[in-house]
Design a protein around this ligand. Structure first.
Ligand code: NAD
Ligand code: MG
Length: 390
């Protein structure tokens, strides 16, 4: 099987390479892409005998070339090279870049009719209707790799979509689930970047603490499965063992359980439509003892309410929401805004852009999405400056 991994040096990317490395001879690695971590990228490309390695930074081409000298792996750099790598013939393209930067390369793969294992949820949040339509036109399949969506996908296999009454995705509650509310404003990036159950990239871990990750996933559920927003729920489940549940019209609720290990969802997408052995821990339910669930507190996690507004708005609202969130997260990481300011900034951007920039009426093209993304980042910085001015 020919595989390309976009974002190979990240958390999902490395889990993917772990699976690939465990079955020598089964996979033919076409392209691996990464960012600044040229050494990691080169070492993996050598070890897995990739045809091409691409860094998204033009300036790092020389460094990547040097690191690959004598390996037979071709070095490339830059955004165009990244999209080209995504277009190389492959049986699976794993889309695991973080942020809206994953949209263009993922779309490039879909336009070749390639089966895309999609971890980059931003692709669907920013441009869901466009991406789903393009996939259809080009006969491409999208397999969800987000654990909740993989769980829903598996629970739906063999079922009539018309019989689905609701979808419930679970959320651990992240780092601040049990913090006193008044302490949240003082939370540091280091505190937000620890997760109780999952080992993930820094950005998605902080998004889990703010619940922006779940907010993105509500939208992802709507776009990918075509389910009405009022039928999609999020529930707090601190153990992270039930990943999602699908409720049917006869009252049945099908749950997907498993250890919190991304190699399950990634492996499922690599092996689909088959199931094969995967190196994930098996649950011993007697040892687990109990599973707990609770309704999310809107005061602690305003991001969930914002996702509802975005789903109601439609148009380019998802692109603005995601970009404003990314910009707000950058500001939080730079310690220029507080943890709790992130939601205020995103709310402000949505309000401004829906009244001034006609967000909900935008016809969705790649250009509109990219323009909206850039504008929302600028608006988020304006909103942060206004906050700072007090
Ligand atoms: P990460 O930060 O660990 O890795 C990101 C990867 O993207 C790296 O390879 C980096 O070099 C590359 N990258 C970053 N910016 C780029 C840019 N502008 N252009 C090209 N490449 C760029 O991220 P991650 O945690 O692996 O998450 C990747 C995606 O998968 C995200 O969309 C995330 O929401 C989703 N996801 C992750 C997990 C998880 O367990 N980590 C679970 C579900 C979904
Ligand atoms: Mg998830």
């Amino acid at each position: 099987m020919r595989v390309t991994v976009l974002g190979a040096t990240g958390s999902v990317g490395q889990s993917t390479l772990d699976l690939i490395g465990r079955e020598p001879g089964r996979f033919e690695v076409v392209a691996l892409t990464g960012g600044r971590n040229v050494e990691r990228l080169a070492a993996d490309a050598r070890r897995l005998r990739a045809q091409v390695a691409v860094t998204c930074h033009d300036g790092l081409l020389g460094e990547l070339r040097d690191a690959l000298a004598g390996s037979g792996v071709e070095a490339r750099a830059g955004a165009a090279a990244l999209a080209e790598a995504a277009e190389e013939p492959a049986d699976r393209v794993v889309s695991a870049i973080v942020g809206s930067a994953g949209l263009v390369p993922g779309l490039a793969a879909l336009r070749q009719g390639t089966t895309v294992a999609l971890a980059n949820k931003e692709t669907l949040v920013c441009a869901g209707p466009l991406v789903m339509a393009e996939a259809k036109v080009h006969g491409a399949t999208i397999l969800p790799v987000d654990s909740e969506h993989s769980a829903v996908f598996q629970a739906l296999t063999g079922e009539d979509p018309a019989a689905v009454e609701r979808v419930v995705i679970t959320a651990s509650g992240g780092a601040f689930r049990d913090w006193p509310l008044e302490r949240l404003a003082r939370a540091t990036p280091e505190e937000a970047a620890t997760h109780p159950n999952w080992d993930m990239g820094q950005r998605i871990t902080i998004d889990s603490a703010s619940m922006f990750n779940k907010a993105l996933e509500l939208i992802e559920t709507k776009e990918f499965f075509g389910i009405a927003p009022e039928r999609i729920e999020a529930v707090i489940h601190p153990e992270s063992l039930v990943h999602a549940l699908v409720g049917f019209r006869d009252g049945a609720l099908m749950a997907h359980l498993g250890a919190p290990d991304m190699r399950h969802a990634i492996g499922y997408a690599l092996n689909w439509p088959d199931r094969r052995d995967l190196p994930v821990a098996r649950l011993d339910l007697a040892k687990v003892g109990q599973l707990t669930f609770a309704a999310p507190d809107p005061a602690r996690w305003p991001a969930l309410g914002l996702a509802r507004e975005v789903m109601a708005m439609g148009g380019a609202a998802g692109a603005a929401f995601n970009a404003a969130k990314e910009a707000a997260l950058d500001l939080f990481l730079a310690r220029r805004v507080r943890f709790t300011d992130m939601a205020s900034i995103v709310a402000e951007v949505l309000t401004t852009m829906s009244s001034r920039d006609g967000l909900q009426n935008a016809a969705l093209s790649l250009d509109t999405v990219l323009e909206t993304d850039a504008l929302a980042r600028a608006r988020a910085n304006e909103a942060a400056a206004a906050l700072a001015a007090g």
